[in-house]
Design a protein around this ligand. Structure first.
Ligand code: TRP
Length: 357
């Protein structure tokens, strides 16, 4: 690998910030839904990609879960690099490695009514998935969107592409930014959420009553790091509505301008195209997407320590950005002047003490 340089700070581009919780490897649904567009926006935006490990603690603070983080963090970073995120253009960073964000979250949480958080469906949903009942919901989980607001605002990011369930969180970040600007000083641009494309990709498996969407928690994913053999055998499990869903997602490329998916549906329905023949076609299409990823992944894996170096470099850069924002926030709120005032008096006293009498 050639010598790398960091993304330039001088860029006059809008800032984009988004990312993932490191709960496991990313899958084909992520690729079609958000990763491809992240790669595409690397040139038009200054991108920050967060590996949101602190957010995993909101439902899973146990030691054994934290022990899984090193592996999961590395897997996510490798996934990002393998899809074509270029660390010279985008800053990939580890959330917990940027302590200024914790400070910022504390200050920002004063600006949002708790009732706005309690009514969020996304939080209820995360609690449900984690098996946490209302009585035992931690303050951390309730405050999930405040931490996310701190992520967004620390970078003073303008564009936040997220899944539909996260749009409400970006709204909270916007609300917090607006309150801050009104109460203290114009420090933050107002972040805008953008819903990532919904790929409508079903999970793998035979047709079922609920042809559910591909998701890690359902255990029905095609992972970006899967080998060609594994991908093929997973695709061959597809039947019924799931098979049709895959035709829509992969053959029509989502919008099917040229009617390819439609033609395939018709042939399949008329019995002119067997399930096995559709599987073969889906395997070809999926491999066209995943083979280049596999090649890049292998190159990054072969260079020992490179993935870690990229994450460390990105995190150091995120620290600088976050610290600068925190200083501005402390200044605007009067906390920095408070501290400086104390220092001034204490310094004067120290000087006076040394005066001869
Ligand atoms: N909440 C996001 C998720 O569900 C992860 C995340 C954390 C995030 N901080 C963010 C996304 C800031 C966009 C912006 O995985």
């Amino acid at each position: 690998m050639p010598e790398r340089s960091l993304p330039s700070t001088a860029a006059q581009k809008d800032r984009l910030l988004t990312g993932d919780r490191p709960t496991g490897p990313l899958h084909l649904g992520h690729l079609l839904g958000s990763l491809q567009s992240r790669v595409a926006m690397q040139d038009s935006h200054e991108c920050f990609l967060i590996v949101a490990d602190l957010h995993t603690l909101t439902t899973r603070p146990e030691r054994d879960r934290i022990a899984e983080l090193p592996r999961n963090v590395r897997a996510v970073v490798l996934d990002l690099l393998s899809v074509g995120i270029d660390p010279e253009k985008s800053t990939i960073y580890l959330q917990s490695g940027v302590p200024a964000v914790y400070d910022l979250a504390i200050l920002l949480q004063m600006l949002i009514p708790a009732s706005h958080l309690r009514s969020l469906a996304s939080i209820a949903q995360m609690a449900k998935v984690a098996g946490v009942d209302d009585e035992r919901m931690s303050l951390g989980l309730l405050g999930y969107p405040v931490l996310q607001a701190a992520d967004i605002l620390m970078a003073r990011a303008q564009l936040i592409p997220v899944g539909g369930d996260n749009l409400a969180h970006v709204e909270i970040a916007r609300e917090v930014a607006q309150s801050f600007n009104e109460m203290y000083a114009e420090v933050f641009p107002l972040p805008e959420g953008r819903a990532s494309r919904v790929p409508m990709l079903p999970g793998i498996g035979p047709d079922g009553p609920a042809a559910s969407k591909m998701s890690k928690s359902a255990g029905n994913t095609i992972n970006l790091g899967d080998t060609a053999d594994v991908v093929a055998s997973k695709l061959r499990t597809l039947g019924g509505a799931r098979l049709r869903g895959f035709i829509d997602a992969l053959i029509g490329n989502g919008d099917d301008d040229d009617g390819q998916a439609k033609a395939m549906h018709a042939a399949h329905q008329a019995g002119k195209l067997s399930d096995a023949a559709v599987h073969d076609r889906l395997i070809t299409e999926t491999e066209a997407l995943l083979a280049p990823l596999r090649e890049r992944r292998a190159a990054f894996e072969a260079d020992e320590g490179l993935v870690e170096e990229i994450l460390v470099d990105g995190t150091i850069r995120a620290r600088e950005v976050a610290y600068a924002t925190l200083q501005q926030v402390r200044e605007a709120m009067g906390l920095e002047p408070l501290w400086k005032g104390l220092i001034d008096v204490a310094e004067r006293r120290a000087l006076d003490r040394k005066k001869p009498y």
